[in-house]
Structure formats: C-alpha cells, structure tokens
Design a protein around this ligand. Sequence first.
Ligand code: NAP
Ligand code: MN
Length: 276
Amino acid sequence: MIQTNSTVKRVAIIANHKFQSKKIANKLFTTLREDERFYLTKKSPDIVITIGGDGVLLSAFHTYENELDHVRFVGIHTGHLGFYTDYLEHQVDELITTLREDTGEKISYPVLQVSIALADGRRIRGLALNESTIKRIEKTMVADVLVHNVKLERFRGDGLLVATPTGSTAYNKSLGGAVLHPTIEALQLTEIASINNRVYRSIGSSMIVPKKDHIEVYPKKTGRYIVSVDNKTYTYKDIVKIEYQISPQKVHFVSTPWHTSFWQRVKDAFLGDLDR
Ligand code: NAP
Ligand code: MN
C-alpha cells in the first residue's frame, strides 16, 4: 500500500558514485529519516533529491519519467553549480530547511516528446529533458525536414538535434545553437555538420520552433541510425519518420529560495568572472 497521508512527503534520494555525493546522501538520509514529515522511499516519491551533477538529474528524470505529474525534483551539485541543481554541497542544511518549509510550490519546464516510426511498423516513443539526436551510422544522413507541415529542406550531414529550452545549454550549445531561457516554451532544431555547397542546401542556423508546431524528419536512406534521448542511445534500422513536439507533460522542480537566475547560471557555467 502506498502511504497517502498528504502531510507526509515521500522522498527519494539518488546519488552518483562520487565519495562526496554518498556522504551527502547519508547525511540527508539520517536527517530526513528521523523527521516524521518525511518518508524515505524510491517508490512513487513526491520529491526526488539528486546528488551529483546535471547527469544524475537526467538519469533520475528517466527513472521517474512515467510519474512526472506528481514528482518534483531538486538537485545538489557536488562540484560547480549545474543547470538543474539549486544547491551546492555545502548547502545541505539549507536544502533540509527548504524541504521542511516546503508548501508544494514548483517550477515547471517543457520536455520533448519523440516519436519514431520504423519500416517494420513499430512506433517508439521517448521523452527528453535535454535533447534528442538522430545520426546515420554508415554514411551521410539525407532527410527531409518538415516544420509545421512545411517541407523546409532536404538536409544532408551528420544528423539533427532537437533541444528543450533547458537542454539548450547542453549538446545544443556545443553545436552553436542558441541559449534559450527555459520559460520560453519552444523547441530548437539544430544541425550537426550539415553539407552546404552549390548542390546541397539547408538552413544552416538553429531554428526556434514554437510549442504549437511539430517537427518531422523523414530519412531518405535505408540503413542504421543512432537516436539519442538525453544520456541514452539506441540503434534502429530503417527509420521512416521521426517526430518531435513539446510534450503535454512538464518536468517539475521544487521551488527553492536558492533557485539561481538562469542568466547567472549561464555566466557561472560558461564565462566565469572575466570582468574583474
Ligand atoms: P556527460 O558526458 O557526463 O555530460 C556532458 C556535460 O553536459 C556534463 O558536464 C554535464 O554536466 C553537462 N550538462 C548536462 N545537461 C546540461 C544542461 N542542460 N545544460 C548544461 N550542461 C549540461 O553525460 P551526462 O552527464 O549523462 O549528460 C548527458 C548529456 O550530455 C546529453 O543530454 C547531452 O546534452 C550532453 N552531450 C554533450 C555533447 C557535446 O557537448 N558535444 C555530446 C554528447 C552529449 P554535469 O557535469 O553537471 O553532469
Ligand atoms: Mn555528467
């Protein structure tokens, strides 16, 4: 039986393998276990605390991707400040205070829904917190790209990436994509090494696609493709179509007084204090 007493919060603690993360996990575990307002369990939690980096939060997201409606995440970063983590390792006490005073407030961000249609009739669905990519394994990927039913281009190159707003600072940024504020409900379509010359042409720049528009990619060649969804990769033969849209579901985070401004995170992560 799942405990449904609404005053008791079900809390899961997930840490990576770093010594420092395990130490923090132990401290949280002993403190929250002795507090009757919390019930520590990995089963159907209300709050998931991740300890490590953004990578741990990504894994935790996928562990609970079928329960996004009732889960709120909160992260401690053992290292520099991450994009999905509000607390640093010396702020465990502040996190405990936040949890004790928590009234259920949340901050929500869009997630990406990916739907893959294979030639054998199978249809595979996935949810991404950061992004999804498609690449052809053997040769150049050739694919028709449609945005909101408009056939935009025939793409040639290594592949394509579709990022969420919060994923815009990850792989998307490495490819030259734009950094998007997470309150903007849009997807970003970014090319991976497109071939552009007198014969072949694609847009070249990243495109920000609004919530109401979906993106379709029709690979024109048979063969094997690698599809990534955040930190996971899958190999498929003969993809007919891959479709991207903002999911009707969102990912929720515990609203914390330590929630750092997005622009401050961008500065801390990529620029540092250059203006000394
Ligand atoms: P990883 O290879 O350990 O992590 C790649 C780096 O991306 C880590 O420094 C991670 O931060 C950071 N990161 C993750 N999400 C981010 C976000 N939303 N904004 C800014 N930085 C972010 O693999 P992982 O930890 O399992 O993460 C998987 C992610 O790696 C994928 O979703 C993809 O975005 C990214 N990736 C990037 C490239 C590239 O830039 N060329 C290639 C493949 C994959 P932490 O150290 O805090 O974990
Ligand atoms: Mn990582």
